[in-house]
Design a protein around this ligand. Structure first.
Ligand SMILES: NC(=O)C1=CN([C@@H]2O[C@H](COP(=O)(O)OP(=O)(O)OC[C@H]3O[C@@H](n4cnc5c(N)ncnc54)[C@H](OP(=O)(O)O)[C@@H]3O)[C@@H](O)[C@H]2O)C=CC1
Ligand SMILES: Cc1cn([C@H]2C[C@H](O)[C@@H](COP(=O)(O)OP(=O)(O)O[C@H]3O[C@@H](C)C(=O)[C@@H](O)[C@H]3O)O2)c(=O)[nH]c1=O
Length: 305
């Protein structure tokens, strides 16, 4: 089965390429090869590749920059999604799209259900919500997967930022009153593979009978502070870090940023686990595995093995 992945080079696309087995004919295209904002580019690529499924891993993910680049954030995260949905509909292929916990305002104190009412509090979240709706309004068998706090060995993310700061700073202050769930991009890619594998199981050649939204993160709950402490402690244990620098828990009010973030954005996965049969793994266990892989990859690139 042919699968087209957008956003090649990003964290998720990189892991998707790794986890999809050979029985899938995977074509991944970078933003230079397929610009999702350009409707013609989208139509051309889908017509040329003829995929059964498109996985949209392309997005504008710079949360703070989006506040000043609203137009670009909406172009990529909304128009780009609509372009993909229309092209998939015309070509008769299915679309798996990835969205975010930042569609919620964070005012709940218990995990968000799929049908809780979204109310984004920053430009990035608002653009992603428009993207979700742009897709589900057009495509009958769209799959939208909301995830959160994604990290991997590729690109920019909290884990790599923390490891770098922990090697260069005497101490760190990290927000303790924003609560969510870290998610290893590799686990998310495995979940997407599980969903893609269901293609064609039903009567129609489609993924699902009607548009569906899943919540998918790793299991458990953490503040950015908890996450930073785990990164430090596992970093020491694995020899990535030489010393354990102090980490001070601070409120978000003491770390002002251009974009406001939800103070609580844990996603409830029980419905997703029940309907897909795919189980989440605790974030700390996933972080442990990611750091092992990261250490191995660093050794390889330094020619130490
Ligand atoms: N990172 C996170 O913490 C979270 C991410 N998500 C969602 O998960 C998905 C994957 O995120 P992640 O892998 O982390 O993102 P990355 O920022 O790592 O990668 C995004 C990719 O999208 C590409 N891209 C940007 N604009 C376009 C465009 N116009 N056309 C085609 N490609 C484009 C980028 O290419 P280039 O570099 O060339 O611009 C890049 O390769 C996104 O939908 C994101 O919103 C959800 C929750 C958390
Ligand atoms: C570097 C640093 C960050 N922080 C805080 C700021 C922020 O609230 C939090 C995380 O910062 P980041 O900029 O890495 O993450 P951020 O861009 O907020 O991450 C979000 O990205 C988008 C794409 C999503 O969809 C979300 O799910 C979420 O993952 O850590 C500290 O408290 N201390 C520090 O030293």
């Amino acid at each position: 089965m042919k699968v087209l992945i957008t956003g090649k080079g990003g964290q998720l696309a990189t892991e998707l390429i790794k986890v999809f087995p050979n029985k899938f004919d995977v074509v991944a295209l970078s933003s230079h090869e397929l610009d999702i904002v350009d409707a013609e580019s989208v139509e051309r690529s889908i017509a040329a590749v003829k995929p059964a499924i498109v996985i949209n891993a392309a997005a504008y993910t710079a949360v703070d920059k989006a506040e000043d680049n609203q137009q670009r954030a909406f172009d990529v995260n909304y128009l780009g999604c609509e372009n993909l949905a229309h092209a998939c509909k015309a070509a008769g292929c299915s679309l798996i799209h990835v969205s975010t916990d930042f569609v919620f305002d964070g005012k709940k104190a218990t995990p968000y259900f799929v049908d809780d009412v979204p109310n984004p509090i920053n430009v990035y979240g608002a653009s992603k919500l428009r993207g979700e709706r742009g897709i589900t309004n057009v495509l009958e068998d769209a799959v939208v997967i909301r995830t959160a706090w994604v990290y991997s060995g590729t690109g920019n993310n909290f884990v790599k930022t923390m490891l770098s700061l922990m090697q260069n700073k005497p101490e760190l202050s990290v927000i303790c009153d924003q609560i969510g769930t870290p998610t290893w991009a590799n686990g998310l890619a495995q979940f997407i593979l599980h969903i893609a594998s269901k293609y064609g199981e039903g009567e129609r050649q489609s993924l699902v009978p009607k548009p569906v939204t899943y919540h998918w993160t790793d299991a458990g709950v953490a503040s950015w502070y908890d996450f930073a402490v785990a990164i430090r402690d596992l970093g020491i244990e694995k020899g990535i870090l030489k010393q354990a620098i102090p980490i001070n828990p601070i409120p978000a009010s003491q770390y002002p940023l251009p974009a406001e973030r939800p103070s609580f954005s844990v996603l409830d996965k029980t419905e997703t686990e029940g309907s897909t049969g795919f189980k989440t793994t605790h974030w700390r266990h996933q972080l442990d595995k990611m750091l092992d892989e990261y250490t191995e990859d660093s050794k390889l690139s330094e020619g130490k093995t």
